[in-house]
Design a protein around this ligand. Structure first.
Ligand code: GFB
Length: 310
């Protein structure tokens, strides 16, 4: 069992799920954030990791955002993520860290491919335009991990998130992911008694997975998974954006008009991931369903508003 575990990017959505997680008493999480090191600098990354001498690293740090942010900042998303990932894996290698788990996501996969997607399809086609910079940087993370496994025997693995949501997400109305932005938008529309404008047609399908489920699978992978193929953290359940808006609106008892703004992009129509490998390796994993997850997230949002990541 890994005892001293560094978690990078620990102030984010999945990092806060790890802070809620119960682990054996002899396991110690070190929660890193920007105040410990700018991971775009190799020197800072190496010095920071050296000071904690970890057995393992769960690498969550990344420049992330929803379709709005990704479409408008492809260069920044590529630059920041390629530096962060290259530095984290190289520092872990030099310090002989026993295990490292990094994060990919389904938006990094080819836009057109055989569905449902399996981890070995990552490079079988170009990603959707809306994720151009982020996707290519993250694909190099998988290449680097595989190259280090081959040359240095590093136990570096990748898990693949779908559309994740939960407490302490980034609720920014422009740059947030769909679930977080829509919770914020519906909260404001309800409070102000105004109609709600939703981007796109509402038709796209997404696999919405609750953050605490992803943290649980990631910790399981740290202890049990050592395959070079990225592991899809798939619930196997797709919901439309329209379904999502309905679930959130119900939680807020929102009754005003809903306008579908199809001048805004839909992005990928669907990107289902294959859950068979996870089901086989981790049969006890039970996912939080969308209504339960939205209930918990809306409750957290209303309790913390306006002190939310925005
Ligand atoms: O999570 P999201 O922004 O990005 O979801 P992707 C976008 C879908 O939700 C599109 C619709 O169909 C949008 O038209 N949508 C409706 C909204 N209203 C809103 C809104 O207010 N905000 C947002 N953001 N969307 C993500 C990547 O792609 O996939 C991430 O951007 C991540 O990096 C994730 O990898 C897995 O699902 O299109």
């Amino acid at each position: 069992m890994n005892k001293r575990i560094i978690i990078t990017g620990s102030d984010g959505l999945i990092g806060s799920a790890f802070r809620r997680m119960k682990v054996p008493s002899n396991v110690e999480f070190t929660f890193l954030n920007r105040s410990h090191a700018d991971l775009r600098s190799f020197t800072q990354t190496l010095e920071c990791f050296k000071s904690f001498s970890p057995d393992a690293i769960i690498h969550l740090a990344a420049k992330v955002g929803g379709i709005g942010a990704n479409s408008s900042q492809p260069g920044t998303f590529f630059h920041d993520n390629i530096l962060i990932n290259t530095n984290v894996l190289e520092a872990a290698r030099q310090l002989k860290v026993k295990k490292l788990v990094s994060f990919l996501s389904t938006c990094v996969f080819p836009n057109q491919t055989k569905f449902p997607m399996t981890g070995n399809q990552l490079h079988d086609g170009i990603p959707h335009e809306s994720n151009f910079g982020y996707a290519h940087a993250k694909r190099m993370l998988e290449v680097q991990a595989r190259a280090y496994r081959k040359e240095f025997g590093c136990s570096f693995v990748n898990v693949v998130g779908t559309n994740l949501y939960g407490p302490n997400d980034n609720f920014n109305l422009k740059d947030g992911h769909a679930v977080a932005s829509l919770i914020h938008k519906i909260y404001l529309a309800k409070k102000n008694g105004q109609p709600l404008s939703v981007w796109g047609t509402g038709k796209p399908l997404r696999e919405f997975v609750f953050a605490d489920d992803v943290a649980k699978i990631t910790y399981w992978a740290l202890e049990n998974y050592d395959d070079e193929e990225p592991l899809m953290m798939s619930s196997g359940v797709e919901s439309s954006i329209k379904d999502l808006v309905g679930v959130i609106a119900d939680k807020f008892n929102f009754k005003e008009k809903i306008i579908w703004d199809d001048s805004k992009q839909d992005g990928q129509l669907r990107k289902p991931s294959d859950d068979s490998k996870l089901k086989k390796l981790y049969p006890d994993m039970k996912f939080t369903n969308l209504a339960q997850g939205i209930e918990k997230t809306v409750a957290w949002f209303e309790e913390h508003y306006p002190n939310i990541r925005n």
